[in-house]
Design a binder for this molecule. Structure first.
Ligand code: ARG
Length: 464
């Protein structure tokens, strides 16, 4: 005997009810309900367009729109009852609409499929998350600029191989972070362009036979234009992968930023004091103050890169057009957006309260012979070949190491034993201040150059 499964989607075709476990296994409503407001927004635009094109009556449109608005409120108020039986966010909302308004509710899906519907919802969702991410990124950029301004003259060692290399200013170092985040901001806005294209009208894969107006729907939803190919519209998630790639780069930058803050706040570096409110103690060691926020952000960078890999693998073997595989795109995407917003927010809140231990930074630069290159450059300006100068400065550094003196602390008479070209003016270059001040070309670490860079950055941000 065959039983008719009356609750099942496209039920008439099926002779058997869905296996109970399969029903749970294939459902996405537990997570995709997060796109409910976008789904409603998309449905309102679709119904409005259908009425405009004479496919629905104005009366049908009106009851659909007011029913959808009511459902939106039910969801916000926590009154909406989500059901696994209805599989996903789209079916749940449509079923509720039909409960509320009857036959008109069943007409909403005319000229549409869940395939173009879900692609539209994701795009609307990402568009709004990008706004939140970008806002937090801007807050962090501003915090970095403010801190850099305070420290345009603060001298610290610059490192290569994590060994003291040349003196720089803390402001200059901070501006390096600013530059990375500016490119992230650009990438975010660039990927938004490809997100802001409308799939609706592609229907299941081939388009629809109804006389729809896709430009109107695109306009109503604030999309730049309707997508150009119906198969592509419902199948590719490259825009989501791109978003996750942009997110991975942001997290990679925050992770490097974190690594430096963690090192610098250690007793071994002791360059900065992290704000208490962003650190925690240890349950066993009373002296500990752990930089938890940067550590957690460094750790979280891995999950976003992981999501990028998941989405690439999800996509790579799918034939055109839509496949159920794509339902797996939601959780990585939602988690990417959440992680980005939370990490950027924590950083934007924390950065203004980081304080620099200027004396420690200064002394560390001094101990590391950071001005050795300056001495070599000085000899080159006096006519020596760079390789010879390099050799001579090596000898001077060795003398400094043996006698525990910085180059600037070795008297002129002793320096002159290395080269007769050395005269009293050498000390203008051997001091840390002289060294940073001399790097005054665009992109250099001289305090005035750093101040100019900050000013340019503020102008660029204000026109964005
Ligand atoms: N829940 C589905 C998803 O996230 C919606 C689209 C389903 N379409 C389909 N033909 N089964 O991808």
């Amino acid at each position: 005997m065959t039983t008719v499964n009356s609750e099942k989607l496209s039920s008439a075709r099926f002779a058997q009810a869905t296996d109970a476990f399969v029903e749970v296994f294939t459902a996405s409503v537990d997570f995709d309900q997060r796109m409910a407001q976008q789904d409603i927004q998309g449905s309102i635009a679709h119904a409005t367009m259908l009425a405009h094109c004479g496919i629905l009556t104005e009366k049908e449109r009106d009851v659909i729109v007011s029913g959808l608005k009511q459902i939106g409120e039910e969801i916000v108020n926590g009154e909406f009852v989500w059901s696994i039986k209805q599989e996903d966010v789209h079916m749940n909302i449509e079923a509720r609409l039909t409960d509320l308004i009857g036959i008109a509710g069943k007409k909403l899906h005319t000229g549409r499929s869940r395939n173009d519907q879900v692609a539209t919802d994701i795009r609307l969702y990402l568009r709004s998350e990008i706004k939140h991410i970008s806002d937090q990124l801007t807050r962090l950029q501003t915090a970095i600029l403010d801190l850099a301004e305070q420290h345009a003259d603060t001298i610290m060692p610059g490192f290569t191989h994590l060994q003291v290399a040349q003196p720089i200013t803390f402001g200059h170092h901070l501006m390096a972070w600013f530059e990375m985040l500016s490119r992230d901001q650009e990438r975010l806005q660039d990927c938004r362009k490809r997100i802001n294209i409308m799939p609706l009208g592609a229907a299941a894969l081939a388009g629809t036979s109804y006389p729809i107006d896709r430009f109107m729907t695109a306009d109503l939803l604030g999309f730049n234009r309707p997508s150009a190919n119906s198969l592509d519209s419902v199948s590719d998630r490259d825009f989501a992968i791109e978003f996750t790639a942009v997110g991975s780069l942001i997290m990679m930058h925050l992770s490097r930023f974190s690594e430096e803050l963690i090192l610098w706040s250690s007793a071994q570096f002791d360059f900065i004091e992290m704000p208490d409110a962003f650190c925690t103690g240890s349950s066993i060691m009373p002296q500990k103050k752990n930089p938890d926020v940067p550590e957690l952000v460094r750790g979280k960078s891995g999950r976003v890169t992981g999501h990028l890999m998941s989405l690439l693998m999800l996509m790579k073997s799918q034939p055109l057009a839509y496949n159920k595989d794509n339902q797996e795109d939601k959780e990585p995407l939602f988690d990417t957006a959440d992680t980005l917003i939370n990490c950027l927010r924590a950083y934007a809140d924390m950065v203004p309260h980081i304080s620099a231990k200027k004396a420690n930074m200064y002394n560390s630069a001094k101990r590391g012979f950071a001005t050795a290159t300056d001495l070599a450059d000085y000899l080159v300006r006096k006519g020596m070949a760079f390789r010879d100068a390099h050799e001579i400065v090596g000898l001077a550094v060795r003398l400094g190491l043996e006698s525990k003196r910085d180059l600037s602390e070795i008297p002129l008479s002793e320096l002159q034993q290395f080269s007769a070209l050395i005269t009293a003016d050498v000390f203008d270059f051997l001091t840390l201040e002289g060294s940073v001040a001399s790097r005054k070309h665009i992109g250099g670490t001289a305090p005035d150059t750093v101040r100019n860079a900050i000013q340019t950055a503020r102008q660029n941000m204000s026109v964005m």
